[in-house]
Ligand binder design. Structure first.
Ligand code: FAQ
Length: 332
């Protein structure tokens, strides 16, 4: 998984003699410790490069697969204003995918190879996008909870040691903040609406609460990349710490909406100043990662269809680029 084409990468890092590699590694870690950004042409350990390619490409895939659950509601948005806002949000997510694929490309991998891995079903994308959007309230819940979780995870990534990823995250976080607010505003409108609308909002919270907590990844003891990525300052805050921050911020928002978080074990711990919450169903999480979530097949089928139907656009863009290049060459 993710190794297609990656075997060729970082060969220069792998092939330098051991003593020299050790010195290079030391210099690299010293730069990371000084909070200097690592840039594409700088020396970096092969494993650092590959970790970044894995994480950034998974993130990019998440953005473009993440367009699908909400895209499902564009034609059925309840008002023209809601439709315009939703189109803008889904378009932003496509843009985030584009910045992130570009950031991955700076590490020497081809975007087409990454897309091929996604379409072949060998690349991961966020578990959250394998759940269905069965009512309009799900669009509100995604903005409030999923974008809320994404911001919590992505703000620390703005300080990631790899320059192109950190810079992409700054702009993405600004846009995610608008996404989160539009979702909360949908929930607020429903929560202040009729009894049926309040019930829709509650049902959406019931559906999306636990999958949103799973977005932060396995618990710290099971996070196989956590320690190394933290040492390299790719990750700044652990999966469990981010999850806890998200719960602490979101439970009062649910209270404000007059909705009930679907967790009988949820309780305020005054001594620790945190909300304690129940056990996450890791079996469900692992099943979704294995491709057995409610919508995994549907999501990949939709991406494959879009890729096939977009072939003529890619061909036209390449033909146009060739034409421009030839014109410039003959003019020179
Ligand atoms: N789903 O050792 P760790 C969004 C994988 S963007 C699927 O803890 P790490 C915007 C993990 O990759 C949402 N796979 O890994 C939006 C690893 O895979 P491997 C995406 C997951 O990297 C909103 C394995 O499990 N955000 O929502 C998940 O240190 C609304 C072991 O895990 C990002 O990608 C999961 N939930 O920490 C769009 C942020 N969790 O090596 C549309 C960047 C873990 O076995 C609408 N990524 N895995 O292949 C990260 O911050 C990190 O990669 C983590 C995982 C925190 C996700």
């Amino acid at each position: 998984m993710y190794t297609q084409g990656l075997d060729q990468l970082g060969r220069s890092e792998l092939h330098v003699p051991t003593a020299e590699t050790a010195a290079l590694e030391q210099g690299f870690l010293a730069r990371v410790d000084r909070e200097e950004k690592i840039e594409p042409k700088d020396w970096m350990p092969a494993a650092y490069r590959q970790t970044l390619i894995r994480q950034i490409s998974q993130h990019a895939h998440s953005e473009i697969v993440g367009m699908l659950p909400e895209g499902n509601w564009i034609t059925r948005a309840p008002t023209l204003k809601r439709k315009a806002v939703l189109i803008a949000k889904v378009q932003d997510e496509g843009g985030h995918g584009a910045y992130l694929y570009s950031a991955a490309e700076t590490l020497g991998v081809a975007r087409s190879d990454l897309i091929d891995q996604l379409l072949a079903g060998t690349a991961k994308y966020s578990s959250i996008f394998n759940y269905p959007t069965v009512s309009w309230a799900d669009v509100g819940a995604i903005g409030w909870l999923v974008d809320g979780a994404a911001i919590m995870n992505q703000i620390p990534l703005c300080r990631c040691s790899y320059g192109p990823y950190a810079r992409a995250m700054v702009r993405i976080c600004k846009e995610e903040s608008f996404h989160q607010r539009q979702g909360f505003e949908i929930m607020l409108t429903l929560a202040r609406g009729t009894r049926e609308q309040r019930a829709m909002a509650q049902a959406a919270l019931d559906r999306w609460w636990w999958p949103s907590l799973m977005m932060f990844g396995p618990s710290d003891v099971d996070s196989k990349h956590g320690a190394q990525s933290t040492r390299w300052k790719i990750k700044r805050v652990s999966n469990d710490d981010l999850r806890q921050k998200f719960v602490d911020v979101t439970v009062p928002q649910a209270d404000f909406l007059g909705l009930k978080v679907p967790d009988p074990d949820l309780a305020w711990d005054a001594a620790g100043q945190h909300y304690r919450f129940g056990t996450i169903d890791w079996t469900e999480f692992n099943e979704v990662l294995k491709g057995n979530g409610p919508c995994n097949h549907e999501r990949l089928a939709a991406r494959r269809r879009a890729h096939e139907e977009g072939a003529w656009v890619r061909e036209a863009a390449l033909a146009y680029a060739d034409k421009q290049r030839n014109r410039q060459a003959s003019a020179a």
